[in-house]
Design a binder for this molecule. Structure first.
Ligand code: 5GP
Ligand code: MN
Length: 335
């Protein structure tokens, strides 16, 4: 039996909103990861199963290694289908905001969300939830939004309505946001949920292979290259990797290819903070990871971002050189 973490009142209100809704839109954050896609699709499969008209809208495309996920072909990508997104958002009478805590995390969708008269329900696990939803289901101690979606559906009394497809999506999000259950994964209840998902028929080993063992040769070579140019700062217990635009071109970089690279330096003994810096066309993207009770969301905040204690991200609009200089100063300061 799972502990009842979600407030009874929120469950009752959400259930009524779903019952009364005719057009439901489910959204997640920019640069969607496994948890963003898994949690939104998990909810989507449930909503369609109970006969609701539902659609998932994401601000931009998710990485290709998630293309196998059931329902992923029906996701509307705003950057690619702007007109369709506008009409779906206008028609919506209920919008779910999943795996993000701030309206600033959805880029192009933000104005449509602000104009929308639909009721809004947040299901998220990032600290400091913003105040833009009618129902805010926010639990930072839960390791994935997908786990919260499972708990949300069960608490409404709809466990039977979780289909195999929905279970596969929920499992994928739980797995990716915990690095294959290697961090933020000590809660025993995670494994009682996995028990239920396996009973629904998921093949967890196959999902692992589909997500983690289907990379391109280019990506593997890029990984080796990134490791070879990693900078280790032993006294600061920190390591960082920088990847330039030119290097991305050299390795035929595709969206998602650097996913997970930021975790690699943490395998070095004595290193508890890691940063991956990637030069994009319009900005420099920074990913931060740490182990134990060492925060990195404070570092992300210095680059206009945020996230969790051990996993956070931010962006820099300085040049790559200036960004690295600023980063190294912060690393040395917080030694
Ligand atoms: P990643 O490094 O995988 O892109 O992101 C790690 C975590 O930090 C995710 O949970 C994500 O929600 C958060 N995050 C990443 N980039 C940003 C950002 O630019 N702003 C904020 N507020 N959070 C971010
Ligand atoms: Mn998440």
């Amino acid at each position: 039996m799972l502990s009842k973490i979600i407030e009874e009142e929120d469950i009752d209100t959400a259930k009524r909103l779903i019952y009364n809704a005719n057009h439901i839109v489910v959204t997640a954050h920019i640069s969607p990861d496994g948890d963003a896609v898994g949690s939104t699709l998990g909810l989507y499969h449930f909503l369609t199963k109970i006969g609701k008209d539902a659609v998932v809208i994401l601000p931009n495309r998710f990485p290709a290694f998630l293309n196998w996920m059931p329902g992923s072909d029906k996701i509307v990508i705003m950057e690619e289908k702007t007109a369709e997104t506008v009409s779906l958002m206008k028609a919506a009478d209920l919008v779910f905001c999943v795996d993000y805590n701030s309206i600033d995390r959805i880029n192009g969708l933000k104005p449509l969300m602000e104009q929308s008269k639909a009721k809004k329900i947040m299901i998220d696990h990032h600290p400091y939830p913003g105040d833009f939803c009618d129902v805010t289901i926010s639990y930072p101690e839960i390791s994935s939004a997908s786990e919260l979606v499972f708990r949300f559906i069960c608490r409404m009394g709809y466990f039977q309505e979780i289909t195999l497809e929905g279970a596969e999506c929920i499992y994928t999000g739980m797995m990716t946001d915990t690095g294959g259950f290697t961090y933020n994964s000590n809660s025993a209840e995670i494994y009682s949920i996995i028990y239920e998902l396996i009973n629904k028929g998921i093949d967890k080993d196959a999902i692992y292979r589909r997500v983690f063992n289907t990379y391109s040769a280019d990506r593997m070579k890029l990984m080796g290259y990134c490791l070879s140019k990693m900078v280790v700062m032993p006294e600061e217990h920190t390591a960082y990797i920088v990847l330039t635009q030119e290097e991305k071109r050299r390795f035929n970089y595709k969206v998602g290819d650097t996913e997970g690279f930021v975790n690699m330096p943490l395998q070095i003994e004595g290193i508890c903070k890691s940063v991956f810096v990637r030069e994009d066309t319009d900005k420099v993207k920074l990913s931060f990871r740490s182990q134990g009770d060492v925060p990195v969301n404070t570092w992300a905040a210095e680059f206009g971002g945020g996230g969790h204690l051990n996993a956070a991200g931010g962006e820099s609009y300085l040049s790559l050189e200036e960004t690295i200089k600023k980063l190294v100063e912060i690393i040395k300061r917080d030694k």
